[in-house]
Design a binder for this molecule. Structure first.
Ligand code: NAD
Length: 354
């Protein structure tokens, strides 16, 4: 007998344009937002992409702010907010990954300027109403519908320059959104379909992306998968894996996407006994017999890091990390115990096969 269904589904209200070359629609999409003066945001590394947006916008560009950095320091957010005001911008165009989208969100949070996002990684922030700002070394996060980008242009041709190593870990980061959506507290049939499809599309495309970064079909599949991962992250709550990565990233300054890549198979192994239906869907999407092993094998085959030690964590930090991770209770399909988390972290530290 099938299970009785009971769920709540809240969709993410955003407009998505997808396809190689869709960036040509940038000027008309700005107009559709009712805007006419866009502040373009980028990281210093992606300044050239920022300048390209400025050129495409022509008279509808207010200028470029190219100082986006990881985790949105409050000082950067303030500087960008002031620049938007000084230039009289009436919307933001964020071209880049989660760091750049995050900066646009910091502006929208206090100004209601609409965001048009042009994602160039697989992080998925463009599909979520989640913002994060770092002040005095602490990252505050929250949900606010104002920060959800109104329009997203997914143009895979902008992702061919994403280096293979970053493509692999960024893709694993998005797979983590899909994985935890399948056993989320608010899990629902539509998001589960998207999540399973996201894992499948990544499992097929990432090995090609890493070998042939310029392969536009594979890039297109991976970006499609990232869109699905972003919707999953923005729609349902996450669990143990995201909590652990947040703790490790925040406390030990470990790199975001790499940490997700290393921890995911171990978080999945921990949750396996408590979420059999989710695990069989993950395994099926990966074409594997076990979800945890399938994820581990995919990450290793991509040449991605598999141990926290390789990311610079110290063995002496494991006890404290386990304590921090169990401090504030949060939803997880399997109850969280200090010893269980300590063992999980040690496995991830050593990079053991789950
Ligand atoms: P990132 O945005 O920090 O980008 C990493 C580096 O890659 C940067 O130097 C960037 O300029 C460069 N880069 C990006 N795309 C490129 C491309 N196509 N070609 C060449 N270089 C490129 O990395 P990320 O993993 O996308 O984002 C991580 C940040 O986003 C973290 O701070 C994380 O917390 C946040 N995030 C937030 C959400 C949310 O919903 N709020 C979701 C996911 C991630």
């Amino acid at each position: 007998m099938a299970e009785m269904l009971s769920f709540v589904y809240q969709s993410v209200p955003s407009r998505v344009i997808f396809g190689a070359g869709c960036l040509d629609k940038l000027p008309e999409e700005i107009q559709k937002l009712g805007a006419s003066k866009a502040l373009v945001l980028s990281t210093p590394e992606q300044r050239q992409s920022g300048l390209d947006m400025v050129a495409r916008l022509g008279a509808h560009s207010a200028g470029l702010f190219d100082r986006a950095v990881m985790h949105v320091p409050i000082e950067t957010a303030q500087a960008a907010r002031e620049e938007a005001q000084r230039l009289g911008a009436d919307c933001c165009v964020a071209v880049g990954g989660g760091s750049t989208t995050g900066l646009a969100k910091a502006i929208a949070l206090v100004s209601t300027l609409p965001i048009l996002a042009v994602p160039t990684t697989y992080a998925g922030s463009e599909m979520t109403p989640i913002w994060g700002i770092t002040e005095s070394g602490l990252k505050k996060t929250g949900r606010d519908p104002r920060v959800l980008p109104k329009t997203v242009l997914y143009d895979p041709s902008l992702t061919v320059s994403l280096p293979p190593a970053l493509s692999a870990t960024s893709g694993m980061n998005s797979i983590a959104h899909c994985v935890e959506a399948l056993y989320a507290e608010e899990a629902n049939p539509i998001i589960s379909l998207m999540a399973e499809e996201g894992i499948r599309a990544f499992a097929q495309s990432l090995p090609v992306v890493v070998k042939e970064p310029g392969n536009l079909e594979a890039r297109s599949q991976a970006l499609y998968a990232a869109w699905l991962g972003g919707i999953a992250l923005g729609t349902v709550g996450m669990a143990l894996h995201h909590k652990l990565c947040h703790t490790l990233g925040g406390t030990y300054n470990l790199p975001h996407a790499e940490t997700h890549t290393v921890v995911l198979p171990h978080a999945v192994a921990y949750n396996t006994p408590a979420a059999p239906e989710a695990m069989s869907r993950i395994a099926r999407a990966l074409g594997a017999t076990s979800a945890a092993e399938g994820i581990y094998n995919l990450a290793s085959s991509l040449g991605a890091p598999t141990s926290l030690a390789a990311l610079g964590m110290k063995a002496g930090d494991l006890d404290r990390a386990a304590e921090i991770a169990v401090q504030n209770p949060y939803y997880n399909p399997r109850p969280i115990t200090r010893d269980g988390i300590r063992a999980l972290l040690e496995n991830a530290f050593e990079g053991r096969r789950p």
